[in-house]
Design a binder for this molecule. Structure first.
Ligand code: ZN
Ligand code: FE
Length: 255
């Protein structure tokens, strides 16, 4: 049974997501930048919230959690490592833990780098992964708390998921990420075609999130740190994947 997925634009450029298991009626939200758009999305579908899943401690992902929990009584799940700086949790999670939304099983993947306690939620049967500010559409989160090595380990885990997985990331940053990607690989045909699709979506006001992992593998410069052609562009032929990732991240920070 697939899960219904709804992308909910919040604040200026954040995304929250709803997943709904039609079989059981269970509905979870992933991240709560603010409550209004999430409550509207629930009401318009007649869904009632059962679970709140938190990816990381930044305010633009958790600001509405307390209020939404009070209004809905939803169970709240987040990283044990960050329990001291997250809203009150009903379930404190570590890597490999399982959580259940209706009949759907999700697993927790540690993805530190943007923050140290950042986690992702993978629902293998529905081919969904919620990555927030770790792996992003055509990009990755800034390194606020972790080193480049730590983030590279995290991205490597996500890149190994099945290629048809939908990557549900936390922000609408794709167009500027693509501009950076094109500065490194102006002749990458997959990137050129994605850049056209992204431009068309933004012109129509459609989100570019979620994206498909296979598109990330062929166009996201951070995941392409393993490729000889990317290493050549960086002048780093023979360097390790992690060193190339670190250099791409440095260049993006200055872009
Ligand atoms: Zn963040
Ligand atoms: Fe964020």
């Amino acid at each position: 049974m697939p899960l219904d997925l709804v992308t909910v634009p919040c604040l200026r450029d954040n995304y929250a997501f709803l997943i709904h298991d039609a079989q059981t009626g269970a509905t979870a939200v992933i991240d709560v930048p603010e409550t209004g758009p999430i409550l509207d999305a629930l009401r318009s579908r007649g869904w009632s919230l059962t679970d709140i899943l938190i990816t990381h401690h930044h305010d633009d992902h958790i600001a509405g959690v307390g209020d939404l929990r009070k209004q809905t009584g939803a169970r709240t799940w987040g990283a044990r490592a960050d329990a001291h700086r997250l809203p009150d949790l009903d379930h404190a999670l570590v890597e490999g833990d399982t959580l259940v939304v209706g009949d759907q099983r999700g697993t927790v993947i540690d993805v530190p780098g943007h923050t140290l306690g950042h986690i992702a939620f993978h629902f293998p049967d529905a081919s969904l992964v919620f990555t927030a500010d770790s792996l992003m559409a055509a990009g990755c989160g800034r390194l606020f708390e972790g080193s480049a090595d730590v983030m590279w380990q995290s991205l490597t885990k996500l890149a190994a998921l099945p290629p048809q997985t939908l990557v549900c990331s936390g922000h609408e940053y794709t167009a500027s990420n693509i501009r950076f990607a094109l500065s490194l690989e102006p002749d990458n045909p997959a990137l050129i075609s994605r850049s056209k699709r992204v431009a068309a979506a933004r012109e129509d006001g459609r989100p570019t999130v979620p994206s498909v992992l296979s598109d990330e593998l062929s166009t996201n410069p951070f995941l392409r740190a393993t490729r000889p052609e990317m290493k050549a562009v960086l002048g780093m032929t023979g360097a390790s994947d992690a060193e190339c990732f670190a250099e791409i991240r440095r260049r993006k920070d200055r872009f």
